[in-house]
Design a protein around this ligand. Structure first.
Ligand code: COA
Length: 290
């Protein structure tokens, strides 16, 4: 049975193909009990392929994930060292995404992933999420999809967005933090999982000071808004403009908001629908709870 999502948005029909499945690359001890029991959605109807990263026989899957990640982050010089993948992702958290039957892998993707002969499944995307010491909080550590590496006609529309949504749904995650760089297109995706609070707007402790740290209470109403481009139903009800904007291109603007946060004048939020409509470098309205 097709999900309500693919019925409404036929360009997501790849989700219903029998040669595509979600995957969860997770060690036994980190497996989620009662996956998908918190958010009532019919979007993800297929059982995931589980792979165990502690088994030598599954290393080819990790190699493919890392080749995809290495290529996707090449231009930003932020590819993940292999040991970071193991120490900071595999051991404390898990990796999820969508996988395709390797025999169906388009040639251009095969060139990047280089699966071993006889390999059954290849990853099309990856999302890494790690539990934090904050109560109920997880941190989104890494997101990428093959869509960033292939021509438009070969893309699986929504692959990156749905990979993160799948992991949040699968692991029943209520609060998600994350880290992204101002001006990156990825902010359009990250802002659509719940009302986005700015934890830091200027972050010199990171390799890139122009980094945004955000936190959100996961709300699937926002997920649908990524596809229908409408405002989240409850945003304007709960938030009002704070009276100023943030300009992602101006360090002084990022520092100004950071100072306000550190002085305890927040919390401050950004609106997903505004982010979706504008270019990632355009100034954004800053909001506060009503
Ligand atoms: C960012 C990334 C994960 C997005 O995944 P994706 O599969 O390409 O995007 P989706 O298909 O889920 O989303 C499609 C929508 O996002 C927009 N979008 C996504 N990435 C974009 C980009 N780099 N430039 C412009 N638009 C982009 C698409 O235009 C589309 O919007 P539309 O509905 O208005 O047409 C992927 O491009 C990627 O791997 N990038 C390289 C790694 C990276 O920067 N990761 C984010 C780290 S914070």
């Amino acid at each position: 049975m097709n999900s309500s999502l693919t019925k409404q948005f036929p360009k997501l029909s790849w989700l219903d193909e029998d040669y595509i499945r979600p995957y969860v690359y997770v060690r036994e001890e980190n497996k989620i009990s009662n996956p998908g029991s918190l958010f009532k959605l019919d979007w993800f109807q297929k059982n995931p392929i589980y792979k165990n990263p502690l088994h030598v026989s599954e290393v080819d899957f990790a190699d493919q994930i890392l080749r995809l990640e290495g290529k996707a982050f090449e231009s930003s010089n932020m590819a993940m060292p292999r040991w970071v993948f193991y120490d900071c992702a595999i051991i404390p958290g898990f990796v999820a995404g969508f996988a395709i039957k390797t025999e169906k892998l388009p040639a251009k993707m095969r060139e990047v992933l280089k699966p071993n002969p006889g390999c059954e499944w290849s990853p099309l995307s990856l999302f890494i999420i790690i539990p934090t010491m904050g109560k109920g909080e997880w941190v989104a550590h890494n997101l990428c999809s093959v869509n960033s590496l292939v021509d438009e006609n070969e893309r699986f529309y929504g692959l990156g967005f749905l990979s993160k949504a799948y992991a949040l749904w699968h692991a029943n995650i209520e609060v998600c933090c994350g880290i992204t760089q101002w001006g990156a297109h990825a902010i359009k995706l990250h802002s659509h999982y719940g009302a986005m609070e700015v934890l830091t707007s200027y972050t010199p402790v990171h390799s890139y000071a122009r980094t945004l740290t955000y936190r959100l209470r996961v709300d699937p109403d926002y997920w649908m808004r990524f596809f229908d481009h409408k405002p989240a139903v409850n945003f304007k009800e709960h938030f009002r403009p704070a009276g100023f904007q943030i300009d992602p291109t101006q360090e002084s603007s990022l520092r100004d908001l950071q100072t306000r946060i550190e002085k305890g004048q927040g919390p401050f939020f950004l609106e997903a629908n505004e982010i979706r409509k504008l270019k990632p470098v355009d100034p954004l309205t800053v909001f506060q709870p009503k």
